[in-house]
Ligand binder design. Structure first.
Ligand SMILES: *Cc1c(COP(=O)(O)O)cnc(C)c1O
Length: 380
């Protein structure tokens, strides 16, 4: 059991996750739910169970260990590990547990081969192909050598071939999606010559919503499941309409007090009151993942209104300006993310103030204690 030292509350609405999954499943043939890194902070097991109830059969975790945790939770679907084996025990476990790891470089393949020779079970794998990310994966040139190595390993079965799009969410870079698609077709043809039944997967959220040619057999939905429109703020916004954020984050107001004109707020005196103000002190700070880069830039929702962060975000506390709008009282909840009404704080807005992307916002705030509900709030 974990011990928590903070007051922040992260609420994950499983009904919203299910609705997002339904929406995506309606746009694709077979959606693999990407739940790596604790389901982008939304809770690995809880998310998988909610989506399984909605019909999800394929799950992509990060590490092999994450896959084991999911399997032990009772997940009966296919579990793909996007990172694949790293530590020696992780190579061994693949021959005992029917998990499908990405294998994406010769070092990893060599260690898999060494393990295969001394293990009696069979491992099923996904060949990870580099079609343009230049991160992990085999290039088309390398595929023949990969197939040669695998030909000597009867207890290693290739069931899946996958690659990842670098610009699937950027309307201005659709040409690069097509380049990657062409490279994927070339590698896939070589692999299917040896393993005709191999399934293929290229699309991420952006691919699902905007590039049907990338769909193949399985489509990997990550950020869109959690409610971010990958095309928010672009000419393609319409393609991601209907998704709703499932995470909401709040913390209580500890104190409300007047600050006279000329006084400064928080460390370093980066904010000076130009007139008499009322300031609320909220029990959330950078120790809760509410980044210090939100100092003087972020807003929290209090009483349905956005209130600016004043001065520096502290470790456990953040000051906000509550001079305007409905009165704030001690004990009120300040929403760092979400909240009700037209001024609710969207993941995209929070990420923009923070100087990052919604993926990082979810992952970092999701490190806190979470509460799971099934309300299906109709927020967008
Ligand atoms: C994280 C990840 C995804 C999901 O991408 P989104 O943009 O979140 O949809 C898909 N495939 C791989 C290999 C990933 O690592």
């Amino acid at each position: 059991m974990s011990i928590f030292y903070n007051k922040i509350r992260v609420q994950v609405d499983l009904a919203v996750l299910r609705r997002n999954y339904r929406l995506l499943a309606g746009r694709a043939s077979r959606v693999m739910a990407v739940i790596k890194s604790d389901a982008y902070g939304h809770g690995l097991v809880e998310t998988a169970q909610a989506l399984a109830a909605e019909g999800a059969r394929d799950f992509a975790v990060g590490t092999v260990e994450e896959g084991l945790i999911l399997r032990r939770s009772g997940c009966g679907g296919r579990i793909v590990s996007l990172l694949g084996p790293v530590d020696p025990e992780e190579f061994e476990v693949l021959f005992a547990d029917p998990m499908v790891p990405f294998i994406g470089d010769f070092e990893q393949l060599g260690r898999l081969a060494d393990t295969a020779l001394v293990q009696s079970g069979t491992a099923t794998i996904c060949l990870k192909l580099d079609t343009g990310m230049s991160r992990l994966g085999f290039t088309t040139d390398q595929v023949p050598r990969v197939l040669d190595i695998l030909a000597g390993l009867p207890n290693v079965q290739v069931v899946l071939a996958a690659s990842h799009l670098a610009t699937g969410d950027e309307p201005g870079q659709a040409d690069y999606v097509n380049e990657q698609l062409a490279a994927f077709h070339r590698s896939l043809a070589l692999i299917r010559a040896a393993y005709p039944a191999v399934e293929a997967s290229l699309a991420n959220s952006g691919g699902i919503l905007a590039h049907p040619a990338t769909h193949f057999d399985l489509q990997r939905a990550g950020i869109s499941l959690y409610g971010t429109n990958p095309f928010a703020g672009t000419a393609w916004t319409d393609k991601g309409l209907g998704l709703a954020p499932a995470m909401q984050v709040s913390a209580p107001v500890l104190a409300v007090h007047p600050v006279a004109a000329g006084r400064t707020v928080s460390y370093g005196r980066t904010f000076t009151a130009e007139r008499d103000m009322r300031v609320a002190v909220v029990a959330a700070g950078y120790a809760d993942g509410y980044s210090r880069s939100l100092s003087g830039k972020g807003y929290m929702l209090l009483g349905g209104r956005r209130r600016p962060v004043l001065g520096r975000v502290c470790m456990q506390l953040t000051a906000v300006d509550v001079s305007q709008g409905p009165e704030t009282r001690v004990g009120d909840r300040a929403y760092l993310l979400g909240g009700e009404g037209p001024e609710a704080i969207s993941p995209e807005d929070l990420a923009a103030w923070w100087g990052t992307i919604t993926y990082e916002v979810f992952c970092l705030l999701g490190l806190n204690r979470r509460e799971f509900v099934s309300e299906g709030r109709a927020r967008e």
